[in-house]
Design a protein around this ligand. Structure first.
Ligand code: GTP
Length: 184
């Protein structure tokens, strides 16, 4: 098994966003197909891996998925985990406007300062199962994602909506030989 995975191209994927937006739950849903309502806040960072198969491309990709801490006390440390990322997924909580504002004004600016120019970007509007408490307009979020050249998905780690889709799409873009993303 190890021999097989070592031949597969790998790609570092980092999730960034405010504390509590659901980064850990998104990763757990993607990697372990499970959801836990009572979960501790992440300290520092952790990572896990999952293979994605692209049958139409005849390729597999090993995603190294990094979970980072959203809490302010870890912010000086967090940049060391994402500065060499190939893919970054910015996460906000659709029921918290502050998390959307911080994604645009803080997390995205951190990327501009610390990451390389050739990076695949995703934006995940998480907790879409709580749409009745929505504080962030989906259209506004899509416009922001378009502006920065990011793949956009509404996700719910709880209901398993959009999770596989966003990871598969960012991986697909990473494998695209024509991809020459420049952060604007
Ligand atoms: P930090 O580790 O502090 O950066 O937080 P985080 O972004 O990793 O958030 P985490 O995954 O720990 O989730 C925070 C809370 O949101 C937990 O109580 C989760 O159960 C809840 N949660 C996460 N995703 C969803 C979702 O899709 N829907 C709902 N309703 N709750 C969610």
């Amino acid at each position: 098994m190890e021999g097989q995975t070592s031949k597969v191209p790998g790609c570092k994927v980092v999730l960034l966003g405010d504390s509590g937006v659901g980064k850990t739950c998104i990763i757990t849903r993607f990697v372990s197909s499970s959801f836990e309502a009572n979960i501790n806040s992440t300290n520092g960072a952790s990572y896990c891996t999952k293979m994605v198969k692209y049958e139409e491309l005849g390729k597999n990709l090993l995603l190294d998925v990094w979970d980072t801490a959203g809490q302010e006390k870890y912010r000086s440390l967090t940049k060391y985990f994402y500065k060499d990322a190939a893919v970054v997924i910015l996460v906000y909580d659709i029921t918290r406007k502050d998390s959307f504002d911080n994604m645009q004004n803080y997390w995205y600016n951190q990327l501009l300062e610390n990451c390389g120019k050739d990076i695949v970007l995703g934006v995940a509007g998480n907790k879409c199962d709580l749409f009745e408490s929505e504080e962030v307009d989906e259209k506004e979020a899509r416009e922001f994602a378009d502006k920065i050249g990011a793949i956009f998905e509404l996700t719910s780690a709880q209901n398993n909506t959009g999770i596989t889709e966003i990871f598969e799409q960012v991986g697909h873009k990473y494998l695209d030989p024509n991809f020459q993303q420049k952060i604007k």
